[in-house]
Design a protein around this ligand. Structure first.
Ligand code: GLU
Length: 464
């Protein structure tokens, strides 16, 4: 049984990198009919907040990355970690170290001065036949893991290939502080072990932790999971993705009018490929997803491609669903939506032409507000030669059949009567009715309005 986990530290939002890690872990579990576990790594109490936990859960919900187990909170598992540390002290895989911070600092300074890599010198590390110093009275020790000194730690990273680190490079990691609170790497190890994680899929900023975690897992007699370290995501500009790139939280993509399926499809292709396939659903992704086709090189963010995917998914989306996504955006702007014109019909016509939900809301808004077309745009399109044709059109509106083809016929008869080309009438109609010079086919746009509203908006041109 495949078991993966997403283990965010709740110190901020669910950002794009975290969302991709979550997506890959989720898809891998889904592909194999396994379990996906959500674990909140909240041991950094100074930086972890309940708001951040909520933001992460909101982000996962928005994307639809449902977990099968959890969320487990590390702060609620402290007793368990402490018990494991006690057992390690008892079996000798961990030991008490009384070296003070000052001693460590001067040790490091000396080592640096000699051009050596700074490391703990092993004063308190028990060895066969070695006599340990007497613990200073009243001092509280930290607990260190007794890392092997010989040999190498090796793992076949499922993304990066074989990685080997000499044990001589690793010093004895502090696994509990002087107040006996367990440290970060230790909690991860106990959790991966006890949660039966088979595949650790995470960002490659954790590669350096892996050899230490593997050594502790081995000391605990635990099965070592397989590791897949995902390369980082670079911004559009090739720099490390950061707040500078605007979208720090996946929920910001929601604010900016992206559909979750577009973001998911986009993220799926950030570092993973299936031939030339660019557009696919999540069920399709879960069917295809494997770790063999993850690239070890950094992936670069491409906003244009995300926008293109979003436009694609908007076209595909069900109109009733789009109403539920656009309506709150209009209401947030203070726009009151009446039953006519129908928001669903507006969306059906405009969704082909926009690349996000906010643009769809912009297009819909003009149907409901008290419209005052921009004077300059009006002056540009409301030419004297258009006036008589507009007047005829307005007269015809009163009793034309209220449907696109009849409205199209009325427009045609007005332009031919006055010897005009189509844009000469279509443009002022667009601007007067919607305030915009760019719209879908003008007859279809007009058919969305109630007849009375068309007359009202045209009367503006005829009386001015
Ligand atoms: N909590 C870590 C983070 O948010 C992830 C740890 C892990 O995946 O092992 O970066």
């Amino acid at each position: 049984m495949i078991r993966t986990r997403f283990a965010p530290s709740p110190t901020g939002f669910l950002h794009i990198g975290g969302a991709r890690t979550a997506l890959f872990s989720w898809a891998f579990a889904r592909h194999h009919g396994g379990k996906f576990i959500l674990r909140v790594e909240d041991t950094d109490v100074a930086r972890s907040t309940p708001e951040a936990v909520q933001a992460i859960i909101d982000g996962m919900n928005w994307l639809g990355l449902a977990h099968d187990e959890g969320p487990f909170y590390q702060m609620q598992r402290m007793d368990r970690y402490k018990l494991v540390i006690q057992e390690m002290l008892a079996t000798g895989t961990a030991y008490r170290c009384y070296t003070t911070q000052e001693e460590l600092d001067s040790m490091r300074e000396e080592q640096r001065a000699k051009g050596l890599k700074p490391r703990y010198d092993g004063t308190w590390r028990p060895e066969p036949g070695k006599t340990l110093p007497t613990p200073p009275a009243g001092a509280l020790p930290v607990i260190r893991f007794k890392n092997p000194t010989e040999g190498v730690v090796t793992w076949d990273d499922l993304v990066k290939g074989r990685i080997e680190i000499a044990n001589a490079e690793l010093d004895d990691l502090v696994i509990a502080r002087a107040d006996f609170t367990p440290t970060y790497n230790f909690c991860v190890v106990v959790d991966d072990w006890e949660m039966g994680i088979t595949h650790v899929i995470r960002g490659d900023d954790h590669v350096n932790n892996t050899p230490r975690q593997i050594n502790i897992l081995k000391a605990l007699g635990a099965q070592v999971p397989l590791y897949a370290h995902l390369s980082m995501i670079l911004g559009d500009d090739g720099q490390k993705l950061s707040k500078r790139h605007g979208a720090v939280s996946v929920m910001q993509y929601d604010d900016e009018g992206y559909l979750p399926e577009a973001v998911l499809n986009y993220l799926a292709r950030l570092g993973w490929s299936h031939g030339d396939d660019e557009v696919f659903s999540m069920p399709q992704f879960c069917e295809w997803f494997d770790l063999d086709h993850i690239t070890p090189s950094a992936a670069q963010f491409n906003t244009e491609k995300l926008n293109w995917l979003n436009a694609h998914y908007l076209k595909q989306a069900d109109n009733t669903r789009l109403v539920t996504l656009v309506q709150p955006r209009l209401e947030a702007r203070g726009v009151t939506i009446s039953t006519t014109p129908s928001l669903k019909a507006i969306i059906g016509l405009y969704k082909e032409r926009v690349s996000n939900l906010n643009e769809l809301a912009d297009a819909a808004e003009v149907f409901y507000i008290d419209l005052h077309p921009n004077a300059e745009t009006l002056a540009q399109h409301l030419t004297p030669e258009a006036q008589p044709a507009l007047a005829d059109f307005a007269a015809g509106v009163r009793d034309v059949a209220w449907e696109t083809s009849a409205i199209a016929a009325l427009i045609k008869s007005c332009i031919s009567k006055h010897g005009l080309k189509m844009p000469k009438l279509a443009m002022p109609l667009r601007v007067l009715l919607t305030g915009q010079a760019q719209t879908p086919s003008v007859d279809a746009v007009i058919a969305l309005f109630p007849r009375e509203l068309v007359l009202k908006r045209l009367s503006f041109a005829l009386t001015n």
